[in-house]
Design a protein around this ligand. Structure first.
Ligand SMILES: [Zn+2]
Length: 253
């Protein structure tokens, strides 16, 4: 992932303590020092984490106040990021006042990831923008960005069973019932792992009931099959990013 790329800035450019130098334009700014707290609640069916992590989205990404570059750590930038940040559609997104500012930040990160070819990571960031819209009760944005996330997931490499469940959930919550049902049944036909099959069974019930609300993984899985208790899970390493953390937590790749 691009956030792992080394910072192209020369070492003498180290900013003073508490300040971060943008990996794209070099501007120094004060950025949140995000120390994620372990979720104490089960995640949603689309793996949005439970509280307290759930409520900390305003601190998941940094954003350069000068060029608008957004990333988990803006000190690091993929070589293609500068080009992405300079593109007309990126500037248009930054200036689109109709989109809530926090959602714009996630969509900006999604655009940069898409530009670097990281389509699944871009889908993830787009889904996170939909979570911001959920919290603000902006249903039209929630649906539109879930559809975009699905399109990005499907334009990347083949998805594993757990990621396909997230596609099903995103389709359901975006009101794309037929596609959601078709995708769920096709995955069930492949005899997926038991936990995946249980979540798909719940998804099919929700789709049939035209239920577009969020539901917890805990609703789908009986207690023995639930995720191991949080105390057995690895804690979030500083700066590793929410996606890497989720990957470790749920064993996805
Ligand atoms: Zn910048």
């Amino acid at each position: 992932m691009m956030a792992q790329q080394p910072n192209p800035a020369p070492p003498h450019a180290s900013p003073p303590p508490g300040m971060v130098a943008c990996g794209v334009c070099g501007t120094e700014s004060r950025q949140p020092n995000f120390k994620p707290a372990m979720p104490e609640q089960a995640p949603d069916l689309d793996l949005r984490p439970g509280q307290p992590l759930r409520g900390s989205m305003a601190r998941w990404l940094q954003q350069c106040p000068h060029c608008g570059y957004s990333a988990p750590e803006i000190a690091q930038a993929h070589p293609a990021a500068a080009q992405a940040v300079g593109a007309a559609h990126f500037r248009a997104l930054l200036n689109d006042q109709s989109i809530p500012p926090l959602a714009r930040r996630f969509l900006a990160w999604a655009l940069i990831l898409e530009e670097t070819g990281a389509l699944h990571a871009s889908a993830e960031a787009t889904l996170q923008a939909a979570w911001v819209a959920d919290d603000l009760a902006k249903a039209d944005f929630s649906r539109a960005w879930r559809r975009e996330a699905v399109a990005l997931w499907r334009s990347g490499p083949p998805l594993d069973a757990e990621q396909t469940v997230r596609v099903v959930d995103s389709l359901r919550r975006a009101g794309m019932h037929e596609d959601a049902e078709h995708t769920a049944r096709r995955l069930l036909d492949t005899s997926p792992p038991e936990a995946v099959a249980q979540v798909l069974t719940l998804e099919l019930r929700l789709i049939e009931a035209r239920d577009e609300r969020r539901h917890s993984v805990a609703t789908a899985l009986p207690p023995p099959a639930r995720r191991p208790h949080v105390s057995h899970q690895p804690s979030v390493k500083r700066g590793e990013g929410i996606r890497a953390w989720l990957r470790r937590l749920f064993g996805r790749d």
